[in-house]
Structure formats: structure tokens, C-alpha cells
Design a protein around this ligand. Structure first.
Ligand code: G3I
Length: 338
């Protein structure tokens, strides 16, 4: 295409893509990534299970390749993610075959965050320090899964992760990243939690709204209100994992499961393409108009391929700005021509 996302948004904020190692090793895909995007997120390779699969064994190989690809091509790197309560490596929760105690768990958080952030110091411009810790339901402010960090270490693990990250790289912007902002109850819960955390001095710079949305969209007024809300407590806002599924995300308030889509057609009709492009262009327009408050948009893939959405919903999907052949879609044109 004549235009690129990164050029169109040069005066606004970086436009990112989450990438896999085999994508940057493929010259055509790599070319799409470097010509269109100004920022990169490792879709998987900088997560705790990948970087420290065993205690004390750090595996920076693939992460380093992604980071040097970015550096070589003048792209920023969004670090993702340091602490993900539901997806920490299993060893985190055990010590000599027994459930780990609080002190050792906090020490492990400290070692992991410190080692990773120092390793990438000066190369990652921001970090998702904690990912998906705040639940939709339940009495606890943080996750309350069976083997969650919260049950063992309470809220301290959250604060600790941010303090350690700040010290390890004082120039990196520190984010709390989560899904479900489109659901008011969860958004408000995240807001209350971050407001308190800021008030007790936890060094949080921004909030990442993942943005796994669908053809049922999100209202413009609600999106604006949400950005304004978080920015009023001194947080910058980024959309960190954007995709617009060709299926609705919820139906009469209930979140869709694979079974609910069984009889839904997977045809990518003209009508759906148009609707999807309208949603994309609204989101990008709101973010442009709120630049300064919004400091980045990242797509959860550079182009349409059978990724986690297809696996999870058991249906073909076309959620991004470029098609399976890496060609620009209607959504792309609508997002760059403003
Ligand atoms: O690479 C292995 C392959 O060798 C193996 O045969 C196969 C068997 O299952 O697994 C492959 O690894 C999978 C990997 O994706 C690469 O496809 C992992 O099992 C699978 O767990 C992993 O899923 C990722 C998921 O996070 C969990 O880390 C998805 O790709 C990734 O898109 C998803 O991303 C998350 C964000 O980090 C946080 N927010 C939600 C978002 C979507 O779920």
C-alpha cells in the first residue's frame, strides 16, 4: 500500500503488532511488519513461562531475537509480560514439593522481574508489569484462582512487581494490562484498584486495555469515557492487543463460547468487512483525538491468520488490518486515510 500505519500515525503514537519468531524469520511477513508498524510485542516469548521455565534458568534466546529485530529496524518494543498470575510457571508455587510460602514467592517475583527488566534495559520502552490480575467477579481485588499469587502473597506481589521494575529500569513506562474494559463492572473495578495503588505510591505509569473486541463493537462514548477516567488519575492509556473478531463477543450480556458460534456462518461478507472497518476507524479516530492521553495502539497480530481466536472459538476469523496474503483490507484503508 501507498500509506503505512506507522507513517500515518507518526505524529500520534506508535502502532504495534504482536509477533511470533517464525513471522520475523519469514521475509515477506518481516517486510510487512517493518514497513507498517513502529512497535513490536512478543506474542509469547517474553512471558514468564518462556523466559524462566525452571527456577534460575533464564532463556532469553528468542526474546533477544525479537528485540534485536526491532532495534535493527528502528522499532520500539513493548515488553509483555512480567507477572501473569494465572500463567506463572508451575514451579513458582512450589518449594521442595510443598506449597511455597509468601516470602519465597515474593523473592521469586523480585528475581524474575529484576533479571528480565535489567536484561532488556534501554531496549523495552514499556512493560506490562502485571497482566490480567483483576477478576470479573468475587470479593477479592486481585485474582483468586486456586494457585494464584494473591492467595499466597496477597496484594503485596502486585506492588512489589512495580517497585522492582521501576528500580531495574527507571526509564521504562510501567503498565497494568487487562481485558474486559468493555464490561463496565470490570472496568470500574480495575479503575478503583489502580486508583488506590497510585494513591499508595505504586509506580504505575499506564493502563493497557487489551481490546479483544468483536463485530458487536464498543460504543464511542464509552471508549472516550474510559480513556478520560484513567487519564484523570495520571495514567496513560494504550490499546495493547487489539483485534476485532468477525463474531460478536457477547450476546445478551453473556460472553460467547465456541459452542454458541456453532451455527454462525464464517463467511467474511462485504457487510461484515464494512462493519469491522467502521469499528476500527472509530477506535483509531478516538485515540487520535485523545492523543497524549492515548500513547499507543498494538494489534495482536500483523495480519489474519489462524491464531488464538480461531483456536478458542473453533471458527475461521479475520480480525486484523491485513489479510491472509498480507494485503491491506478495508479496515486498513479506513484507518490510514483520515
Ligand atoms: O509452540 C507450541 C507448539 O510447539 C506446541 O505444539 C503447541 C501445543 O499446544 O503449543 C504451542 O505453544 C502455544 C503458543 O500459544 C503458540 O501458539 C501454547 O500452547 C499456547 O498456550 C500459547 O497461547 C498463547 C496464550 O496467550 C498463552 O500464553 C497465545 O498464542 C497468545 O495469543 C495469548 O495471548 C494472550 C496475551 O498474552 C494476554 N491477553 C490475552 C491474549 C489472548 O489469549
Amino acid at each position: 500500500p501507498q500509506y503505512s500505519l506507522k507513517d500515518a500515525y507518526r505524529n500520534y503514537f506508535p502502532i504495534g503488532a504482536a509477533v511470533l519468531p517464525n513471522q520475523i524469520n519469514n521475509s515477506k511477513i518481516a517486510n510487512l511488519i517493518t514497513t507498517q508498524f513502529s512497535s513490536i510485542t512478543a506474542a509469547n516469548d517474553m512471558k514468564p513461562t518462556y523466559l524462566q521455565p525452571k527456577e534460575g534458568v533464564f532463556n532469553f534466546n528468542v526474546g533477544d531475537k525479537i528485540v534485536s529485530f526491532a532495534t535493527k529496524n528502528n522499532m520500539k518494543v513493548r515488553g509483555h509480560t512480567l507477572v501473569w498470575p494465572r500463567k506463572m510457571p508451575k514451579w513458582f508455587y512450589y518449594s521442595q514439593g510443598k506449597a511455597v510460602g509468601k516470602d519465597l514467592l515474593l523473592k521469586r517475583i523480585e528475581t524474575h522481574v529484576n533479571t528480565v527488566v535489567q536484561h532488556y534495559k534501554g531496549k523495552t520502552y514499556c512493560w506490562d508489569v502485571v497482566n490480567e490480575a483483576i477478576p470479573f467477579f468475587g470479593p477479592n481485588p486481585l485474582d483468586s484462582n486456586k494457585d494464584s499469587l494473591y492467595i499466597i502473597a496477597g496484594e503485596e506481589y502486585f506492588d512489589k512487581a512495580f517497585y522492582v521494575a521501576r528500580k531495574a529500569d527507571p526509564n521504562a513506562k510501567l503498565f497494568y494490562n487487562d481485558n474486559g474494559f468493555e464490561w463496565k463492572k470490570k472496568r470500574d473495578r480495575i479503575f478503583e484498584y489502580l486508583k488506590k495503588a497510585k494513591a499508595r505510591g505504586v509506580p504505575i505509569d499506564g493502563v493497557g486495555m487489551q481490546g479483544h473486541w468483536g463485530i458487536d463493537g464498543i460504543s464511542e462514548a464509552y471508549l472516550r469515557e474510559t480513556i478520560k477516567m484513567f487519564s484523570s488519575i495520571g495514567l496513560e492509556v494504550q490499546i495493547t492487543e487489539l483485534d476485532i473478531s468477525i463474531y460478536p463477543i457477547r450476546s445478551s450480556g453473556k460472553v460467547m463460547k465456541a459452542a454458541d458460534l456453532k451455527s454462525t456462518s464464517d463467511a467474511y461478507t462485504e457487510q461484515i468487512q464494512t462493519k469491522q472497518a467502521q469499528i476500527y476507524s472509530m477506535i483509531f479516530r478516538v485515540c487520535r483525538e485523545m492523543k497524549g492521553q492515548v500513547t499507543g495502539i498494538t494489534l495482536w497480530s500483523p495480519y489474519d491468520w489462524a491464531n488464538y481466536l480461531t483456536k478458542r472459538m473453533g471458527k475461521k476469523n479475520y480480525p486484523y488490518l491485513f489479510d491472509e496474503n498480507l494485503q491491506p483490507k478495508k479496515s486498513f484503508h479506513d484507518v490510514v486515510n483520515f
